[in-house]
Design a protein around this ligand. Structure first.
Ligand code: ADP
Ligand code: MG
Length: 294
């Protein structure tokens, strides 16, 4: 037993050395968020990573909780291509659940493990997270779809995040942005995580979700996939629903120079530590397209 512990700790050393002082963005959603024990393990991992010098930024989702609260209020959720149709009332619910509920729970969980976190969303700091209303075309019919208060992220105030990281805080970002009039827009948390990773020049981006990776054309989860293949999977419908924004987010992050992007299995306890600090992987790593032969 002491041997195993020592081996695990020494295995982590080169990873800690590589990541200390670097930015790692974690998108937290899916199962890792629903089950209390898994969710606690994620937050403990975040505090541990922070304690060894990694600059961790946490972006959370919370779609299922928004749907559940909406249903309690008599609002049935509707989606097109994995995007929530968001009328003004749904936006209000989303804002309250994401910022008033989930962010607070995450920040509290981090505090319980001895970390210090701070919540951020669109309205903070003079428009921390900005977006424009999304114009969407139905993937199957090609018809325009009015999604309501759904936005595409246009900017993130990286200086705010950097300032907080420099004072030893763990930023926790909710997927609520503002438009030019400071009105709320619902944004996909995967896209928020990508925009944050881009603006900070993050080294790693990890999406914690509730599947064991991205299923390919053969129906099996791939341990690794190149960007060009993933693009084909999106085109061919192999990647669908909530995996579409995630896959697109992976591609955008790679284009922006993030070294490695992983869709990790949040159902595995301590998936984050295993993915970032050990030789093992827990999901699908998306790699830049291979260089064409000369
Ligand atoms: P999260 O809450 O982590 O953002 P989502 O539900 O939005 O999770 O997206 C993940 C879901 O995408 C999976 O649960 C799965 O049902 C769906 N999905 C669609 N296509 C694929 C695929 N090719 N590989 C894996 N999951 C897929
Ligand atoms: Mg999602």
């Amino acid at each position: 037993m002491p041997d195993t512990v020592a081996r695990a700790l020494t295995e982590a050393l080169p990873y800690v050395q590589r990541l200390a002082g670097r930015v790692v963005v974690v998108k937290y959603g899916g199962a890792a968020m629903k089950a209390a024990d898994l969710s606690d393990a994620v937050l403990q991992d975040v505090v541990l990573l922070h304690a060894v010098g990694v600059k961790v930024v946490l972006c959370h989702g919370g779609g299922p909780e928004v749907s559940a609260m909406g249903r309690r209020l008599g609002i049935e959720p509707r989606f097109v291509d994995g995007l929530r149709i968001t009328d003004d009332e749904t936006m209000r619910v989303a804002q309250q659940v994401q910022i008033g509920g989930i962010s607070r729970d995450v920040i509290g969980g981090i505090s319980r493990h001895g970390g210090r976190a701070i919540g951020l969303s669109g309205h903070d700091c003079g428009g921390f997270l900005r977006a424009t209303p999304r114009v969407h075309t139905d993937r199957e019919t090609g018809a325009p779809v009015d999604l309501g208060r759904v936005g595409d992220v246009t900017s993130v105030d990286g200086a705010v995040i950097t300032g907080l990281l420099d004072t030893g805080l763990i930023p926790v970002i909710a997927p609520v942005a503002v438009d030019g009039d400071q009105r709320s827009l619902n944004v996909n948390a995967d896209s928020v995580a990508t925009a944050v990773a881009q603006v900070l020049g993050a080294t790693r981006l990890v999406f914690l979700t509730d599947v064991s990776g991205i299923r390919g054309a053969d129906g099996k989860e791939a341990a690794q996939v190149h960007a060009d293949t993933l693009e084909n999977w999106i085109q061919d419908g192999v990647v669908a629903g909530g995996m579409i924004p995630k896959a697109e987010a992976c591609l955008a992050a790679l284009r922006a120079g993030v070294e490695a992007v992983t869709v990790a299995d949040g159902r595995v306890p301590h998936a984050l530590l295993v993915e970032l600090l050990t030789d093992a992987g827990v999901g699908t790593q998306v790699l830049p397209a291979p260089e064409p032969p000369c």
